[in-house]
Design a protein around this ligand. Structure first.
Ligand code: ATP
Ligand code: MG
Length: 473
């Protein structure tokens, strides 16, 4: 199944490297940190695989060569390599080296910034891109700057190590291949090639232990399963519902970023289904999961279809807006909090009060940036005039979130066919009066085409101007 450009580079590898079980590492659990013994990596030479430098970003190659010329080891590692081996377009490239962040800074000087506290990393600027360069890390808790809390969660991890040590702290086997810039070989300690060929996502080490160390690995497993079309074997999947509660202890700002990666990666419908299947959705959207478990849940009827539309939008190269995602996920919690059903929600004051409550609660899990909260409220608030103030169509089309509000209403009609007449009304108004829309700030988020594609700054500026203009009327 693994291949690049039609041929299967790893099929050869698989035949040549039969008997790979010999290389399977042995894990020993010790003081909540897994260690390994005497693992000799499998080296897959350039002629046995088809990772080609022509598929690697020029800036990344430049960094790899520069580190190597400066006397350091330098490897490509992680998702970019994995994606290329699966014949997918790599999203980004991760570089790893034995140079410390300070040594990397000395090599790249002003092009390099050291970032992070939990993990110190070097960011190197190449043109308008930033390439992340990490230093090999070790798993041992016997030295250096590593902090593990009572739940087994790694809070800080800045113990530098060697490649032989670095591999064991990576999450999944398929993410733990190294591409050596010195001889263009692949280095496989953990049976990554076999797992890629078998289409399986396996953790390195004891799955429960590795999930406890960093609960985000649970949702990464789901993301990779959907993105790469791979299976979660029993040992990867079984601990998920049992450890899902640990997500509540993960930093909310990190979980917000992870939610965007999960739902804006082009496989949101799959992610949603698998998060639910493995009991993980409640760890991210507790209120939504509560609603989903009620009889005839709005979310159960609408979210799968809405998320498929998000996927289609991404597949067509259109932008997506976090606020639209959160507006969808939190819509049923909103009117459930008001103890009404969605069509009896008619008072803006009630709506805004409940919005503050449910969004604040959500922020405790996935901290929502203030502008996102504001936009979610605007998308929701637009729902009322769309149904009850049709006589003010000209003004409503000029609302900052008209387009998102309209798309949102169209999704609501999935669960409530009586709303289709309202959707049709607004579709018709837009056709008959495109000039009213011209002044509205369209927003590339929600489902269907926007009239303009603004960058963020333009959206913000435009947004304020339009609001002022609307208020003056
Ligand atoms: P993608 O970039 O497609 O999201 P990726 O696997 O490259 O996937 P990154 O977050 O870019 O993910 O991380 C790069 C590499 O760092 C991973 O491939 C993995 O080896 C390691 N890694 C990332 N996050 C973790 C984690 N939470 N625990 C252990 N290793 C991790
Ligand atoms: Mg990556």
């Amino acid at each position: 199944m693994v291949g690049v450009g039609g041929s299967s580079p790893l099929a050869t590898t698989r035949i040549k490297l039969n008997g790979s079980d010999l290389f399977r590492p042995v894990f020993i659990s010790k003081n909540k940190v897994h260690t390994h013994v005497n693992v000799i990596p499998r080296i897959i030479s350039r002629s046995e695989h088809s990772i080609s430098r022509s598929n690697i970003d020029k800036g990344v190659l430049d960094i790899l060569y520069t580190l190597s010329r400066s006397g350091y080891e330098a490897y490509l590692v992680g998702g970019g390599l994995r994606d290329m081996l699966l014949g997918l377009e790599p999203k980004d490239f991760d570089v790893v080296t034995n140079a410390t962040p300070e040594q990397i800074k000395t090599v790249f000087r002003s092009r390099c910034r050291i970032i992070g506290r939990r993990f110190r990393l070097a960011h190197i600027h190449v043109g308008d891109k930033v390439i992340e360069v990490a230093t090999f890390r070790a798993q041992s808790d016997e030295r250096g700057d590593r902090l593990i809390d009572a739940q087994g969660m790694v809070r800080r991890d800045n113990i530098y190590g060697t490649r032989d040590e670095d591999v064991w702290r990576r999450d999944f086997t398929i993410n733990a291949l190294y591409y050596n810039i010195d001889d263009f070989s692949l280095v496989d300690y953990v049976g990554a090639i076999d797992d890629l060929n078998a289409g399986q996502i396996r953790l390195i080490g004891d799955p429960s232990l590795r999930y406890r160390e960093d609960p985000v690995r649970m949702i990464r497993a789901i993301r990779f399963a959907c993105k790469l079309g791979l299976e979660l074997p029993k040992e990867t999947a079984t601990p998920l519902p049992l450890l899902a509660h640990l997500l509540a202890e993960t930093a909310p700002a990190r979980l917000y970023e992870e939610v965007l990666k999960l739902f804006h990666g082009g496989q949101a419908a799959c992610v949603f289904e698998k998060l639910r299947q493995h009991g993980l959705l409640a760890g991210l959207f507790e209120q939504t999961e509560y609603c989903l478990q009620q009889a005839s849940s709005w979310s159960a009827a609408v979210l799968p279809k809405a998320l498929s539309q998000t996927d289609a939008r991404i597949a067509n190269g259109k932008g997506v807006n976090p606020a639209f995602l959160f507006a969808l996920m939190m819509w049923e919690p909103l009117w459930t909090a008001l103890d009404c059903d969605e069509q009896t929600l008619v008072h803006i004051d009630d709506l805004l009060k409940a919005a503050a409550t449910v969004l604040n609660e959500q922020s405790e899990r996935t901290s929502l940036p203030r502008p996102v909260i504001q936009q979610v409220k605007e998308i929701w608030a637009t729902q009322l005039p769309l149904i009850h103030k049709k006589e003010k169509a000209e003004r409503i089309l000029a609302l900052p979130r008209f387009r998102a509000g309209y798309d949102f209403l169209a999704l609501r009609a999935i669960a409530a066919p009586n709303l289709q007449a309202d959707v049709d009304f607004w579709t018709q108004v837009q056709i008959e009066h495109p000039e009213w829309l011209q002044v509205a700030v369209s927003y590339p988020e929600s489902g269907e085409s926007s009239r303009h594609d603004f960058d963020d700054t333009q959206q913000r500026d435009g947004h304020h101007k339009r609001r002022r203009r609307y208020r003056h009327r």
